[in-house]
Design a protein around this ligand. Structure first.
Ligand SMILES: [Zn+2]
Length: 68
């Protein structure tokens, strides 16, 4: 299994491939590929639900969310 995810910023408008929600700049979305399938665009909510967007603490002690 080969999966990857990248966090990107919406330029213009994009539709989430999971929930169909319209995303607009400057929302974040995840470009996610599972098992070498063509990448899907997931909104932040779907990325979070799928475990690609994770809350963590940066080295300054701020809570941030980042993609794997
Ligand atoms: Zn979504």
């Amino acid at each position: 299994m080969k999966s990857w995810a990248a966090g990107l910023i919406v330029t213009g408008e994009l539709v989430c491939d999971s929930c169909g929600r319209l995303m607009r700049h400057p929302e974040r979305y995840g470009l996610v590929s599972e098992d070498n399938e063509p990448p899907k665009r997931l909104c932040a909510d779907c990325s979070r639900a799928a475990g690609y967007l994770k809350a963590r603490r940066d080295d300054k002690g701020h809570d941030i969310e980042s993609y794997l």
